[in-house]
Write a new protein. Sequence first.
Length: 201
Amino acid sequence: MLIKTTIMMIVLINGENMDVRVKLTNLMIREAFFSILKQKPLSKVTVKEICTAAGVNRTTFYKYYKDTYDLLEQIEDELIDNLQLHLAHINKSGLSDIFTTILTDISEKRVTYVMLFSESEGKLFRERLFSLCYEDNKKVILEFFPKLPEEKQEWLYYFIADGCNSVLRQWIHGGFKQSIEEMVEFLQEIINTINKFADLN
């Protein structure tokens, strides 16, 4: 009853016309999918297992997804699209707002991000996430390293991104113990340290 009420509230708040039952069905499928992924890799997960755990039939599953890989891809697409929407409405003149937006999104959708940052198949998602962030950080990197050629700006970004990825994974796997503010401050310190000691200009 609580899940149905929550879904109804989401629909009303977002002003969406999608049937509540459709949202509830997708929620049950995804929760079952996440639960199974904790026990085995994506390559071993079957549609039958998901349907049994979710309490839906295979016809219902195939109405929305082609297979388990399509299910994962749709989840990733929705996260990326949502994050892009949030990043489009912030001030990108500094790193603080960008980091805060990303970390807030991760915290609010922590169940999904925990799965994507631990599942081996989530590697593609993490690459997509940091590629998205590169577009939003180009201007910031240029301000830090104004004389650095564009090609090397990209190299530098992915060097930093790999480090940030490791920090985020530790944060996520550690149960989000540090506050978003603490994480933003630490990530900014990393960037500032690189800027201070790297002779790249």
